[in-house]
Design a protein around this ligand. Structure first.
Ligand code: BGP
Length: 479
């Protein structure tokens, strides 16, 4: 049973949705220089996230949108009023969006924000409120000024903290009357796996592992300062952390498999541990020391982390993975990771292992560990949708995916988990994060655009639209 007031909605990221990448003074972000990679095998995780300084420089001199589909998005920047009307028709009581840092601060180093950017977000949040949709806003969703990446090697440099804090302060001051629920860094753990998209860290600039952990520490400090500012500047403002919940099972009960799984789990959860408990777990500090990785603590950092912890824990959940010490174990790709294939689970067309029960397990794990309200802010299935002869996408597979996950969510709530809300990824088709494909579709609403930008951009509800509308209207009792 879902509690009264449970928030139902969807989640988007500016860089995959807004388009209008170079209008109204907006500067280029790390997402705008990430190319469409149609020829890369999705199980080749390294190749998917490979980027060099010269790739970035070449991308910046190319002003086109063909190689860089995120620049095009789905033109939400110009169509948000119509899209919000569709979300309102679905009955959304919440919508998660992110702010594009470079719409406010094109290079990240300006002293004052661009008023055009402020006006856009103010109007977006006002329109959400008009539809009684509670905004939940991510400050940093795989998008930062590419200028900060090139100049400082992104978050690897401590000076980026100050630039982010200036941006965050502006967001709280200018939007705090409209937005009460905030998230600092999307999938903060991601910087270890894909340092450029998560933190502007360029792999060819020195020791990428050390730089990634330095960047993560700087994001922890920035997140804690932003949490303090949110509490000071936003009346009734609440701040959440955001973690990729990568629940991992041992492939067998062989103790070595269980031990390897335990290590993976500790590594997955530690960024949330820091943001909830206000300190690094001792086992992680020991592990980093053993691996010759230095955490760039400065005087005062420990106190900042301890004093400004988050109010709730949000997470993305798409799949689970499996761990084995057997080097020949079959591999399976997934959400920003490659793990071992679980013989009990089916996979999506992109090889992500679909596991509704794993959502219940994840919710119980997280609540038992943190005892903070939880918010599932991403969950969904990327599919190749085919438009039927009647012009409609009949996506029963998507309905099946969500129904099974909602049943498990409901069981976790019955078990005592405090879950504030749920936002599906993504309620409307957008450009994929990892592959920049448009043909990897997640929405209840079809967008007429292919991988190369052909199409009218017309929005059309799929079968899952009416189904999700019914679920929301019944507060999850009619699945
Ligand atoms: C999450 C990201 C999202 C998103 C989603 C699906 O990790 O936070 O931005 O896109 O994964 O990934 P993809 O678009 O690669 O299918």
């Amino acid at each position: 049973m879902f509690p009264e007031g449970f928030l139902w909605g969807g989640a988007l990221a500016a860089n995959q949705t807004e388009g209008a990448w170079n209008v109204d003074g907006r500067g280029p972000s790390v997402a705008d220089v990430t190319a469409y990679k149609p020829k890369v095998d999705v199980t080749d995780y390294e190749a998917l996230h490979q980027i060099t300084t010269s790739d970035i420089e070449a991308a910046l001199s190319d002003q086109g949108v063909d190689t860089f589909p995120k620049r095009r998005g789905i033109d939400f920047y110009h169509r948000y009023t119509d899209d919000l009307a569709l979300f309102a028709e679905l009955g959304f009581t919440t919508l998660r969006v992110s702010i594009s840092w470079t719409r406010l601060f094109p290079t990240g180093e300006e002293d004052v924000p661009l008023e055009a950017g402020i006006a856009f977000y103010e109007s977006l949040f006002t329109e959400m409120r008009r539809h009684h949709i509670e905004p939940i806003v991510t400050l940093h969703h795989y998008e930062m000024p590419v200028a900060l990446s090139l100049k400082y090697n992104g978050w690897a440099d401590r000076r980026v903290v100050d630039h982010f804090v200036r941006y965050a302060r502006v967001c709280f001051e200018r939007f705090g009357h409209l937005v009460k629920l905030w998230l600092t860094f999307n999938e903060i753990d991601g910087i270890i796996r894909h340092p450029f998209s998560s933190g502007g860290v360029i792999p060819d600039r020195g020791d990428v592992v050390q730089n990634s952990y330095s960047a993560l520490h700087h994001q922890f400090v920035a997140s804690a300062i932003a949490t303090r500012l949110c509490h000071e500047l936003v009346e009734e403002g609440r701040m959440g952390c955001m973690l990729t919940k990568l629940t991992t099972y041992p492939l067998t009960c062989r103790p070595e498999d269980v031990a390897a799984t335990q290590q993976k789990t500790l590594l997955n959860l530690f960024p949330a541990d820091v943001q909830v408990f206000g300190e690094y777990p001792p086992l992680i500090l020991r592990r980093l020391e053993r691996d010759d990785i230095t955490v760039p603590f400065e005087p005062g950092d420990a106190a900042i982390l301890k004093e400004h912890t988050v109010d709730f824990v949000s997470f993305s959940y798409y799949m689970t993975t499996t761990e084995s010490v057997d080097p020949d174990a079959e591999r399976a790709p997934g959400n920003t990771i490659v793990g071992v294939k679980n013989p009990y689970l089916p996979s999506s067309e992109w090889g992500w292992q679909v596991d509704p029960v794993g959502l219940r397990i994840s919710l119980i794990d997280l609540y038992d560990r943190y005892r903070k309200p939880l918010f599932c802010v991403e969950n969904g299935i990327g599919s190749i949708d085919v438009v039927g002869d009647d012009g409609i996408v009949h996506d029963d597979y998507r309905i099946d995916y969500f129904r099974a996950h909602f049943e498990e969510m409901s069981k976790a709530i019955d078990a005592g988990v405090d879950l504030m809300g749920y936002t599906s990824w993504a309620p409307i088709d957008i450009v994929s994060l990892s592959t920049s494909q448009m043909s990897k579709r997640y929405g209840f609403i079809y967008v007429d655009q292919d991988d190369h930008g052909n199409g009218t951009l017309e929005r059309r509800p799929k079968d899952s639209f009416a189904w999700y509308k019914k679920v929301i209207a019944s507060n999850g009792s009619d699945l």
